[in-house]
Write a protein that binds this ligand. Structure first.
Ligand SMILES: C[S@@+](CC[C@H](N)C(=O)[O-])C[C@H]1O[C@@H](n2cnc3c(N)ncnc32)[C@H](O)[C@@H]1O
Length: 219
């Protein structure tokens, strides 16, 4: 086992609490601090399910957290080229409150399939490229995914909805943050405690989207 993969405090806690990955504690901290699942009143007042798009969903900790937070009033659509882990979900991933598209979030057919299921109240992306060890390449690939996530938010997130995206620090990330600030009342970065000290990942948040989503057939 590589040193980096050695189970740490957060990985052990995740397994004990029924999550396949330690990443759940990053989402939990951001939710507790910024109220990701309780978005602005304009959205919350609308009847119906609270819908979440989870980009880079596998092995499934963020989706499980959302399912457990939202009870019967939530629907989550996960997207990932990798399969979900079914070791901890107790049937939740096979239920009516969960949908999964196995594929690349930047692929046209996946984009169309997601758009067909919108609009959403929360778009969250923990998607990360396989790392090469070359910071320039890894940062650029991460930025491509983060920009794709913001485009989803542009197109299918309701007015008042929230957005969270993982990004590797470096490169043109200030431009991404600027793009978030243009679209949301609040745009900021946040590095959760559960991020590995050696990791150069951080998260950008967009809270309370200013404009309705741009799909005319959903206005
Ligand atoms: C850190 S993991 C996500 C962990 C997940 N949030 C959880 O809590 O279980 C990053 C994920 O991004 C996915 N990913 C990488 N490239 C992607 C792409 N082009 N489209 C969608 N997902 C992608 C990877 O397959 C991987 O499962």
């Amino acid at each position: 086992m590589k040193k980096y993969e050695k189970p740490d405090y957060w990985s052990i806690k995740a397994k004990k609490e029924g999550y396949p990955a330690r990443s759940v504690y990053k989402l939990q901290e951001m939710d507790e601090k910024f109220g990701l699942f309780s978005c602005a009143s304009t959205v919350a007042e609308k009847p119906g399910l609270f819908k979440v798009l989870d980009l880079g969903a596998a092995p499934g900790s963020w989706s499980l957290y959302a399912l457990r937070q939202g009870g019967k009033g939530i629907f989550i659509l996960g997207v990932d080229p990798a399969p979900l882990s079914q070791n901890y979900d107790r049937g939740l991933f096979g239920g009516v409150r969960y949908g999964f598209l196995q594929g690349d979030m930047t692929a046209r057919e996946i984009q169309e399939a997601v758009l067909a299921q919108g609009p959403f109240h929360l778009v969250m992306s923990d998607a990360a490229p396989g790392t090469t060890g070359n910071p320039g390449i890894d940062t650029l690939r991460s930025l491509v995914l983060a920009e794709a996530a913001l485009e989803y938010a542009d197109r299918i997130l309701l007015k008042g909805g929230n957005f969270v995206v993982k990004v590797f620090q470096g490169g043109d990330t200030p431009r991404l943050l600027q793009g978030i600030r243009e679209r949301f009342k609040t745009g900021r970065s946040f590095k959760p405690t559960a991020c590995r000290k050696t990791s150069f990942e951080t998260y950008y948040l967009g809270l309370d989207k200013k404009q309705p989503f741009s799909r005319p057939d959903h206005q």
